[in-house]
Design a protein. Structure first.
Length: 90
């Protein structure tokens, strides 16, 4: 047998193994069960009275907000909302 034939046989074996194996978990349909699509998330946000409010801030400020969010184990949206409420009341 020639070397090229051996390599072709190896490739065929690899392809067969790939076909027999299932889909990895990260690409399967079960992986997305915990995540909401954009439309569902928008409906939930609207039910809570939330709207999108994009703003531009300095990078250092954004990093500080993210650090506070991770320190308090909450989301960035909650931190920004609390900071805005505090600033507007005071």
């Amino acid at each position: 047998m020639k070397r090229t034939d051996l390599e072709k046989n190896k490739a065929i074996k690899i392809m067969e193994k790939m076909k027999k194996n299932g889909t990895p978990d990260r690409f399967s349909t079960d992986s997305a069960n915990g995540l909401l699509d954009r439309r569902e998330q928008r409906k939930l946000d609207q039910a809570l009275g939330l709207i999108s409010f994009p703003v531009k801030i300095r990078q250092a400020l954004a990093d500080e907000i993210r650090a506070q969010a991770s320190a308090q184990n909450t989301g960035v949206n909650e931190i920004v909302g609390a900071l805005l409420e505090k600033a507007l009341k005071g």
